[in-house]
Design a binder for this molecule. Structure first.
Ligand code: ACO
Length: 336
């Protein structure tokens, strides 16, 4: 533990290590053809997804999160005991209480490290990155474990072809560490919500959660309900406007950006936003074909893949952007 006094000068931040963990079991589009009335051609054309990783018991969200975090610590050449705080972004926690982050801290042998969960659905990793950046910039903490971890397979209705083809399980982790260079780290951040559109993408538990519908509710409680067309429009428009706003706020433009790391919702959504922004293929990272939409985990998984492939270097400008249930959306612009 290396807690700095809250009065210390503002310091820079760096992503000192990343990691990912996914369940070993893979569910292909051909496998889904056996579960619901769908086919590889439809799924590929409308979503770009080819396969996703699916958990088998007894694997839990905290296991995926702990595995990803240990890998990130290894890359950062840090010990679990060096962490000051662990933030887990998830909408599929192990339990309502305790926080999944507290389970992760215990699993990696980092007790009594601070631990908290946040839930802003698919926006989770970017929101957690923003929170971590602020704790580091304030001088309060030296090393924070940021994890997006999900087991969407637990809340998907496997009889609903509209949703079950989209999602997968996994975890992505990043260690955010203090540096002496105050120009390094998070240059801009934003977090937004519009709760009036909650039922465009939600997991209702009782009739109280579906006001006006009551017994007429045709979905299945405790599973993801989604208005696909509305989410599609929201995603394309928000991606475009939020990226412009974020760069404008820090006096930069798209030419300065090495890569945009967006939440992996759907290849069509990302391609459409990329074309509207006039960007070449290599400036918007996409790995949806291999993982599907892993909600809060997706941005962390992308970040790890880019770091691991040596595609990101110190000084590169990266835009993180995510959106999802709530509705929520967030940006984070980093100079690595
Ligand atoms: N296989 C075959 N047919 C299907 C499937 C499927 N898996 N799912 C739906 N269909 C059918 C529909 O029943 C419909 O049939 P009909 O014309 O006989 O009624 C037809 O395909 C067209 O359905 P639409 O819903 O209009 O299809 P659309 O082109 O809108 O694509 C999709 C659906 C892929 C869900 C799209 O709306 C979308 O990408 N929305 C965004 C959803 C998203 O990304 N959600 C992720 C969570 S939110 C987030 O991460 C930001």
């Amino acid at each position: 533990m290396s807690i700095r006094p809250a009065t210390a000068a503002r310091v820079g931040a760096t992503i000192s290590g990343t990691g990912l963990a996914v369940p070993s079991q893979i569910l292909t589009n051909a496998d889904l053809e056996k579960l619901v009335d769908t086919n590889d051609e439809w799924i590929t054309k409308r979503t770009g997804i080819k396969e996703r990783h699916i958990s088998e018991e007894p694997l839990r969200t905290s296991d995926l999160a702990a595995d990803a975090l240990l890998r990130a610590l290894d890359k950062a050449k840090l010990k679990p005991q060096d962490l000051d705080l662990v933030i887990v972004a998830t909408m599929t926690p192990d339990m309502v209480c305790p926080a999944t982050a507290a389970q992760v801290v215990a699993k990696i042998d980092a007790v009594p490290c601070g631990a908290l969960d946040i839930n802003v659905a698919c926006t989770g990793f970017v929101a957690a990155l923003n929170i971590a950046a602020n704790f580091i910039a304030s001088g309060m903490y030296a090393h924070i474990g940021v994890i997006g971890a999900e087991q969407l397979s637990r809340i998907v209705n496997w009889e609903d072809r509209n949703t079950c083809v989209l999602f997968g399980d996994g975890a992505g982790a990043a260690i955010v560490s203090a540096t002496d260079d105050p120009n390094q780290g998070c240059l801009q951040q934003s977090m937004h919500s519009d709760g009036s559109k909650a039922n465009e993408l939600y997991v209702p538990r009782t009739e109280q959660d579906v006001p006006g519908q009551g017994a007429a509710f045709s979905g299945k409680f405790d599973t993801l309900q989604m208005n696909g067309r509305e989410i599609y429009k929201f995603a394309v428009n928000t991606l475009q406007s939020s990226i412009h706003e974020a760069l404008e706020e820090c006096g930069l433009d798209l030419n300065d950006v090495k890569v945009i790391i967006p939440h992996q919702s759907n290849v069509r959504i990302l391609e459409s936003a990329r074309e509207k922004l006039g960007l070449p293929e290599d400036k918007v990272y996409i790995n949806l074909p291999r993982y599907g939409n892993t909600s809060a985990a997706s941005v962390g998984i992308c970040l790890h893949e880019l770091m691991d492939a040596g595609r990101l270097q110190r000084g590169d400008l990266v835009v993180f952007i995510a959106l999802g249930g709530g509705l929520t959306w967030a940006t984070s612009v980093w100079k690595l």
